[in-house]
Design a protein around this ligand. Sequence first.
Ligand SMILES: NC(=O)C1=CN([C@@H]2O[C@H](COP(=O)(O)OP(=O)(O)OC[C@H]3O[C@@H](n4cnc5c(N)ncnc54)[C@H](O)[C@@H]3O)[C@@H](O)[C@H]2O)C=CC1
Ligand SMILES: O=C(O)[C@H]1O[C@H](OP(=O)(O)OP(=O)(O)OC[C@H]2O[C@@H](n3ccc(=O)[nH]c3=O)[C@H](O)[C@@H]2O)[C@H](O)[C@@H](O)[C@@H]1O
Length: 464
Amino acid sequence: MSEIKNICCIGAGYVGGPTMAVIAAQCPHLKVTVVDINAERIDRWNAEDLDELPIYEPGLKEVVGKARGKNLFFSTEVDRAIDEAEMIFISVNTPTKTYGKGKGQAADLKFIELCARDIARVAREDKIVVEKSTLPVRTASALKEILQNTGKGVHFEVLSNPEFLAEGTAINDLLHADRVLIGGDDTASGKKAKDQLSAIYENWIPKERILQTNVWSSELSKLVANAFLAQRVSSINSISALCEKTDANIGEVARAIGYDSRIGPKFLQASVGFGGSCFQKDILNLVYIARSFGLEEVADYWEQVILINNYQRNRFVDKMITSMYNTVAGKKILLLGWAFKKDTNDTRESAAIYVADALIEERASLVIYDPKVSEKRILQDLDALGTRSPEENRKALTVIQDPVLASEQSHAIAILTEWDEFKTLDWESVYKKMLKPAFVFDGRRILDTEQMEAIGFSCYTIGQ
Ligand SMILES: NC(=O)C1=CN([C@@H]2O[C@H](COP(=O)(O)OP(=O)(O)OC[C@H]3O[C@@H](n4cnc5c(N)ncnc54)[C@H](O)[C@@H]3O)[C@@H](O)[C@H]2O)C=CC1
Ligand SMILES: O=C(O)[C@H]1O[C@H](OP(=O)(O)OP(=O)(O)OC[C@H]2O[C@@H](n3ccc(=O)[nH]c3=O)[C@H](O)[C@@H]2O)[C@H](O)[C@@H](O)[C@@H]1O
C-alpha cells in the first residue's frame, strides 16, 4: 500500500460532511473528496453562500470555508473518487430495516453493500476501506467477502472507525475527541492499515486517545456506547415520573447523584424523550443481535430503554391533555422546537414529531416554531408516520416565524427542544396574548418555573 495522499468518503451526511471537513482542515497535505449520490446535497455543500450548507452545525461553515476548494471537495463522481483514493471511508446511512427479516430492528445494510460493490467494481489498486457508518457486529466480514471476490487481484483492508460525534457539538467533538477507535485485523497488513489511519488522526488527536482493537470490538463498542448513553436518559426520565408523584425534584436528584464521581453529571437531563437518528436505531440493532444469539434476557434488558422513552413521550402528552380539562380538541397549542435537540436542523426521531402526532389525533390545532427547521421538513416528518393523510396534516398545523405573535389566543405552549432563545422569549408579552389559564408545558426543563408562575402561567415542568 502506497502512502496515503488521497482519501474519499462515500456519504455527505451529518457524519461524512463534518468529519471530512475537519480532517481536511487538520491535514492540509491530504486531498479529501466527499461524494454522494444525492446531487442536491452536494450542490448545497458546494454553495457559495456558506449559510446554504445542507447541515446546520455550529462552527461547520468556518471549517468548510477554510478547506473547501483547497484540499476539500464535494462531488457526485463516486467512481472517480473511489479510483483516486488510497483510503475510502463509508459514511452512508444505516437505518432500521422496514421490510423482511429483522424488520423494525435490524440495520438495513443495503446502502453499505452498494458501496462495497461500487468499490469492488472500480478499484484497480489496493485500498483501505474504513467503516465510518455504525454497523452491526461482524459487518466487516460481509464487506470483506464482497471486496475479496472481485477476481482482480486487488487487496482490500477493512477497518472499523466508528464516529462518536454528537450533533450540535460535532465540530468541537471532532477536534477534541475523547477517543478515536480503530478496529482492524491483527495481520501485518491489518496492523499497517490501522497505523496509517491512526497517523491521520495523530495530526491533531493525542496518540494515547487513539485506541486500536480488533474489528468486532470496535463495531460492538459503537452500539454499546450509544446504548449506555440512551440508557442514562431513560433512567433519569423514569425517575422523573416518580418525582412528579412525590415532592422530589428531578433537577435536584440529578445534581445529587451526578456529584458521585462514579456516576458523573453528564447526560442526566430529564426530557420529553431522546430523539436523533441513532439511539433508537442502534439499540434496536443491539436487541436484534442479542436475540439472534438466543440472549433473550440481554435483549429484553436493552429494549426497556426504548420502552421507557416511548412512555416518557406519551406521559408528556397525557399530562397536557389532563391539565387542559381532558380535552385539547379545537384548542390552539404552540409547540416550541421541532429538532431533536438544540443547535441542529436534524429532526430524525425527534420527540416533537410524536407529541405533535398525538395532539393532532386529539384534534388540537397546532402552531409550530423552530429556528432551524423548515415547514417542508415538519410536514414530511408527520406525513412519514402515516397516521393520517397529508391533507389532514396540513389542515391541523401552521408553521410560524414569530412565536410571540403566534401565541395570540393560544391555550397552551409546549417546549420540545431546548433552544437557548426560548429561555429569553418575552414571556410577559406571550402571557398577555394567551387565553387564560395560560398553560406552559416544559418538556426540556429550561424555564424557571417560579418566575413563570409569578407571571401568571400554569406551568408543568417535567420531573417536578
Ligand atoms: N448523525 C450522527 O450524528 C451520527 C451518525 N452515525 C452513523 O453514521 C452513518 C451516517 O449517518 P448520517 O451522516 O447521519 O446519515 P445521512 O443520512 O445524513 O447521510 C448519509 C448519506 O449517504 C448517502 N448515500 C447513501 N448511499 C450511497 C451510495 N451508495 N453512494 C453514495 N452516497 C450514498 C445518502 O445520499 C446521504 O446523503 C450512520 O451509520 C449513522 O448511524 C454515527 C455517529 C453520529
Ligand atoms: O451515533 C450517533 O448518532 C451519536 O448519538 C449521540 O449523539 P446525538 O444523537 O447527536 O445527540 P445527543 O446529545 O446524544 O442527544 C440525543 C438525544 O438525547 C437527548 N438527551 C441527551 C442528554 C440528556 O441528558 N437528556 C436528553 O434528553 C437529547 O435531547 C437528544 O434528543 C451520541 O451522543 C454520540 O456520541 C453518537 O455519535
